[in-house]
Design a protein around this ligand. Structure first.
Ligand SMILES: Cc1cc2nc3c(=O)[nH]c(=O)nc-3n(C[C@H](O)[C@H](O)[C@H](O)COP(=O)(O)OP(=O)(O)OC[C@H]3O[C@@H](n4cnc5c(N)ncnc54)[C@H](O)[C@@H]3O)c2cc1C
Length: 466
């Protein structure tokens, strides 16, 4: 394998050090963070530094009819970055240059491998802010965020990645370099190809440069915690917050399973007797205290047992940190539930209209009971975007089957409530069937036509999305 003509061509174009065939490394690049998704072993992992090198990788793979799987930091939760056997993995980790930060136009131009938190820190030095903040922000890349249209905690007020992508440079399957979008504050020329590539999960082209919009840094936020006797009561509070026209800068929900898992993972004094906890924040400067009081009042009238405001920025940061620990805490919960490395976590991602959040939460609790699987729920409640985390025993086919049934029931419930099968993690391998159900045969045909127009041989990230 190491001596194949394709690998020779890649080495000639990129140099030895950017073309990797070490078996351990190939294994490392087989999959992202999604549990229970199929993955293959790549032939080779490439780490191009420039657009020209990406072109060389795509052209070389095309010559030999070998698929190309783009990868960022592989923190994805839908199997979208999983390799297929014999593929060329195109890792963007070496494309990590912040090329420009322009405070007048309020934009930054970056290569795709820049880590979200690195960009956030760089623009903060100039009093600016890049809002999209996925929980994985300390490791996930801007290219991966663009390709999945990632959301995050502040998206309830500031919107998801696509709101901040002004323009892209993309290497197409043909090896041509396409520029989309603009760097101006306004611009409506032609079809909006930028939005087409955002969320396309590496199936339409390889993003090699991103122009993002920045905002002035927001005022420091005030944070509150509301503790509820049921998840549905917390859901009702969320709907009422929206109905009253309040605009929290953060509105997150943790259920009891998560509260207990986080407390076991890292004791922080959370109320583990609560059925649900809402974390809310207001960043409206001089109005923040009033806005926080209004949020507290809504939570109390929706049935919160206890509402308290963080006394200072340190306590607020600790509460946010508790929310950020949800993922590793649930992984440990699954590992403890099924020792010997058998604990698996199927991280679901469903979004419903905010008014249907209470019904979704009630429904997930019913599904957990009916399918006899533990399901913890956490998520961006203010967006109606929940992550029911299904705990399974990988070594027990019956447990896997019950987990699969629960997953499908949750997807069906989400669609029945007028929602979508993925609010932010994407379709990848995990949700292909559900995408087809959500968008219907005409939607599938149009999406397939777009794919065929841009990637006629299907070489880019095959088997994902459609
Ligand atoms: C602890 C944790 C918390 C998370 N929290 C959130 C959250 O709050 N919100 C959220 O939306 N997601 C979240 N995620 C999921 C994940 O972090 C996001 O989907 C993220 O955007 C993936 O970025 P990545 O760099 O890891 O991309 P990868 O996982 O490597 O790839 C994701 C997809 O993007 C494609 N891709 C990557 N780079 C390129 C490129 N340059 N050109 C074309 N395609 C490319 C890949 O082919 C794949 O389809 C979380 C994950 C973890 C592990």
């Amino acid at each position: 394998m190491a001596g194949s003509p394709l690998i020779d061509d890649l080495r000639a174009a990129l140099g030895e050090s950017a073309v990797l065939t070490d078996p351990d490394l190939l294994r490392m690049h087989e999959r992202d963070e999604a549990d229970l998704c199929a993955a293959g072993t790549p032939l080779v992992v490439t780490r191009p530094h420039s657009t020209e090198e990406v072109v060389a990788v795509v052209r070389a793979a095309g010559r030999y009819g070998v698929p190309v799987v783009p990868q960022g930091a592989r923190t994805g939760l839908a199997g979208a970055a999983n390799a297929v056997d014999g593929a060329v993995v195109l890792s963007t980790v070496a494309m990590d240059e912040i090329r420009e930060i322009d405070p007048v136009s309020r934009i930054a131009v970056v290569q795709p491998g820049v880590v979200n938190a690195t960009l956030a820190a760089a623009v903060a030095k100039q009093g600016l802010w890049y809002p999209p903040d996925p929980g994985s922000w300390e490791s996930s890349t801007i290219g991966g965020n663009v390709a999945t249209n990632a959301g995050g905690m502040c998206c309830v007020k500031y919107g998801v990645t696509t709101e901040y992508v002004l323009g892209l440079e993309v290497v197409l399957a043909s090896g041509e370099v396409l520029r989309t979008g603009r760097r101006t504050a306004k611009g409506v020329a032609g079809y909006d190809l930028t939005r087409l590539f955002v969320g396309s999960e590496g199936t339409l082209g390889v993003v090699t440069e991103v122009t993002v919009a920045l905002r002035p840094a927001p005022a420091e936020s005030l944070t509150l915690v509301a503790v509820f006797p049921s998840t549905a009561a917390a859901g009702t509070a969320v709907a009422e917050i929206a109905a009253r026209g309040l605009s929290p800068s953060l509105l997150e929900l943790l259920d009891q399973t998560h509260l207990r898992a986080i407390e076991a993972y890292q004791p922080m004094g959370l109320r583990t007797d609560a059925q649900a906890l809402l974390l809310a924040a207001a960043d409206t400067g001089t109005r923040a205290a009033d806005d926080l009081a209004a949020l507290a009042e809504v939570c109390e009238s929706a049935g919160a047992d206890e509402v308290y405001a963080a006394t200072d920025a340190v306590e607020a940061a600790a509460l946010l940190q508790a929310r950020r620990l949800a993922h590793p805490a649930m992984e440990k919960f699954a590992a403890d539930a099924y020792p010997g490395g058998n604990g698996g976590l199927v991280i679901d991602d469903v979004a419903v209209p905010r008014g249907a959040l209470a019904a979704l939460l009630d429904g997930v609790a019913r599904i957990a009971a009916e399918c006899e699987v533990p399901i913890g729920v956490v998520g961006h409640a203010g967006d109606g975007n929940m992550h029911p985390n299904i705990v399974v025993d990988r070594a027990d086919p019956a447990s896997l089957e019950r987990g699969r049934r629960a997953f499908d029931e949750i997807m069906k419930l989400g669609l029945d409530l007028g929602g979508t099968c993925t609010g932010e993690h994407g379709v990848g391998l995990l949700k292909r069937d559900w995408l087809a159900r959500e968008i219907g045969p005409v939607g599938v045909r149009v999406q397939q036509a777009i794919k065929a127009a841009l990637d006629p041989t299907g070489m880019l990230n095959p088997g994902k999305v459609l």
